[in-house]
Ligand binder design. Structure first.
Ligand SMILES: C[S@@+](CC[C@H](N)C(=O)[O-])C[C@H]1O[C@@H](n2cnc3c(N)ncnc32)[C@H](O)[C@@H]1O
Length: 270
């Protein structure tokens, strides 16, 4: 089965905090498009849209990537602004959705006035923040009292796969977790929000089933395996055995892979 080359996918797992330093920003954009087009990607996005439905019009999608959610929220009647720290992402979003407002900016220094926004959305971005509390302090500044925040991230420890070599799966999973700055963002966002003084916190888990072998490798297993190879915790032989096993299961319709996203919603006290 064809999958993305290892060096590139390792840099994707570990370098989403600085896409523009990569020699291949287009690989990051292609990676996001794979997740975007998956059934699970749609389910996660829709859960976040429901979370901001009742909020006022003006809000922002922080770490908006290639812009899909900004365009959807504009279509749903929101005055949505996309913010991303990567110029390559901003350019990709504007090329796809020229009618949208997308700007380059950092989650740690947002281009908004105090209390300007009614909602703040961020999907799979807190995963890449070593210090989420700092981003939440900035979110508090730009949200108006009573404003809504919704964060959607996986907890990378939730990854399961139908491998018959579970000990390799565990090593691969641990390596993936250590390659990403905030791997448990999905389950940790709630207490970070509580610590930052947000109220009415609710967490909705969304199961991402990746039963299609190629999608599972494209979105999560290849980046995870490459992290393990790069860290030297799995040998080339063990990696090949693990991949062959999953390929064999796939040919017999016995392949399954799952991870859990957590959509965490909260409000700034009125
Ligand atoms: C995994 S992508 C997710 C993109 C998009 N939310 C999605 O779900 O398709 C993470 C995005 O966050 C952006 N990013 C990383 N660090 C950031 C920061 N400090 N401020 C704003 N954006 C950031 C990256 O450039 C990238 O586009």
């Amino acid at each position: 089965m064809e999958t993305t080359g290892p060096r590139t996918v390792e840099s994707i797992a570990a370098h989403f905090h600085d896409v523009d330093s990569s020699a291949v920003p287009e690989d990051f954009i292609a990676y996001l498009r794979k997740m975007e087009e998956s059934e699970s990607g749609r389910a996660v996005r829709e859960a976040t849209y429901r979370a901001v439905e009742a909020a006022g019009s003006r809000g922002a999608d922080i770490g908006c990537g290639a812009g899909r959610a900004v365009a959807d929220l504009v279509r749903l009647g929101k005055d949505a602004v996309g913010v991303d720290s990567s110029q390559a992402m901003v350019d990709a979003a504007l090329a796809r959705f020229p009618h949208c407002h997308v700007v380059r900016g950092s989650a740690f220094e947002l281009p908004f006035e105090d209390a300007e926004l009614s909602w703040y959305r961020s999907e799979r971005t807190f995963l890449h923040f070593p210090d989420p509390a700092e981003a939440l302090s900035e979110a508090r500044r730009v949200l108006r009292p009573g404003g809504t925040i919704v964060l959607a991230d996986p907890d990378l420890a939730s990854m399961v796969v139908s491998s018959r070599i579970p000990e390799t799966t565990e090593v691969v999973k641990d390596a993936f977790c250590s390659a990403v700055p905030n791997p448990h963002a999905g389950t940790h966002n709630a207490y970070h929000l509580a610590d930052a003084g947000f109220t009415d916190i609710s967490v909705v888990p969304v199961m991402a089933s990746l039963n299609d072998h190629a999608s599972a490798f494209g979105v999560v297993l290849e980046p995870a395996l490459t992290a393990a190879l790069t860290q030297g915790v799995v040998s080339e032989e063990a990696a090949a055995r693990w991949k062959d096993d999953l390929g064999d299961l796939s040919r017999r319709n016995a392949f399954t892979a799952t991870a859990i996203f957590f959509v965490t919603t909260a409000r700034l006290a009125p």
